[in-house]
Design a protein around this ligand. Structure first.
Ligand SMILES: [Zn+2]
Length: 99
């Protein structure tokens, strides 16, 4: 489902966090995608609330809070939205690459 070149690109950009996000694929959590003004994705991954749009992202975990970087929960939310056909491959890559 994830093309190898896309997988490699995301892995090269996000490294350990991308690998850390992959196990969440098999976990059951709900991803909500809305398209009112912008594409917006929200989810609760483990106990952390995630939000991501083309302009901003937020997660309540320490990785995101302290390091101000995209975390594995946000990556997992976007991957899940793509896996469930709620966003396109282009949108997925766009959301995960510009950070
Ligand atoms: Zn997080």
């Amino acid at each position: 489902m994830l093309r190898r070149e896309v997988l490699n690109l995301l892995r090269s950009i996000h490294g350990k966090r991308f690998s850390g996000a992959l196990p969440y694929f098999s976990k059951d959590f709900e991803v909500v995608v809305t398209r009112d003004m912008d594409l917006e994705i929200s989810a609760i991954v483990d106990q952390y609330s995630c939000y991501i749009s083309p302009r901003e992202y937020f997660c309540s975990c320490m990785d995101n809070f302290i390091r101000k970087t995209i975390c594995k929960h946000i990556i997992a939310s976007v991957l899940k939205a793509y896996a469930e056909n709620k966003i396109s491959e282009f949108e997925m890559v766009n959301l995960l690459i510009w950070r």
